[in-house]
Every structure is written in structure tokens, then in C-alpha cells.
Design a protein around this ligand. Structure first.
Ligand SMILES: [Zn+2]
Length: 121
């Protein structure tokens, strides 16, 4: 996949949110091959959370509990990656490609949190 395309898609989505004055903490693009998805940070619905991602997340701590300074299952990485896994279930977590995370309020790039480093590496 062309990572530039993913980064551009994420950047455009962040700009769109900013123009609408909608400010989730972060947004991020995730993808593999042809499939790309940009999502915002929010508690992921347990109804759509894939088993593969759930297993990995609960190995760090309970869903939605605070670990390493962040709430498990609330990051934009988790939300975007879950869509990719719904589409491409055989993908390993470390095969998912991410754009930089962006904070739409400031358009600042946000570093990957510890929980996501563990989950997707
Ligand atoms: Zn995270």
C-alpha cells in the first residue's frame, strides 16, 4: 500500500473535523493493501471488537481500564485497526500500517501510546 495515500487521507479527515469544530482527541488512518480506514479515538464498541484485537488488548489489562497512562480500547489506532481486521481477518496485528495520529484541534501529530506500541508491534 502507498503510505502517502493513507497519510493524506488521515490529514484530510482531520482538517474536515477541524472545519466542523469536531474535536476527538486523535484520528488515525490504518490499512493494508487496498483497504484503508480513518477513525477517531473513542471507546470501541465491544459488539464490533474482533477477537484477535480483544485478546491482545485484555492481555494488557481490562477493556477501558487505564494502563500506562491511557484507556485500553479507546485509541484511534484500535478503532481504525479493528475495521481493517473486520475486512481482512487473517492479518496479523503487526502487519497493519498506520498514518501518524493527528489531533484535529491543533493538527499536531501525536506519538503512539505504550498500549498501542504493545498491541501493534
Ligand atoms: Zn494508543
Amino acid at each position: 500500500m502507498n503510505n502517502t495515500t493513507l497519510n493524506r487521507k488521515a490529514y484530510k479527515y482531520a482538517l474536515k473535523l477541524q472545519m466542523r469544530k469536531q474535536y476527538p482527541a486523535t484520528i488515525i488512518g490504518a490499512g493494508k493493501s487496498y483497504f484503508k480506514k480513518v477513525e477517531r479515538s473513542q471507546p470501541i464498541s465491544p459488539l464490533i471488537l474482533t477477537n484477535k484485537l480483544r485478546e491482545k488488548l485484555i492481555s494488557i489489562g481490562d477493556l477501558f481500564s487505564k494502563q500506562n497512562g491511557n484507556f485500553i480500547g479507546c485509541c484511534s489506532e484500535v478503532n481504525a485497526a479493528n475495521y481493517v481486521l473486520l475486512k481482512l481477518p487473517y492479518l496479523n496485528l503487526n502487519e497493519i500500517i498506520f498514518s501518524p495520529a493527528i489531533r484535529p484541534r491543533t493538527m499536531q501529530k501525536i506519538p503512539t501510546c505504550k498500549n498501542c506500541q504493545i498491541t501493534f508491534s
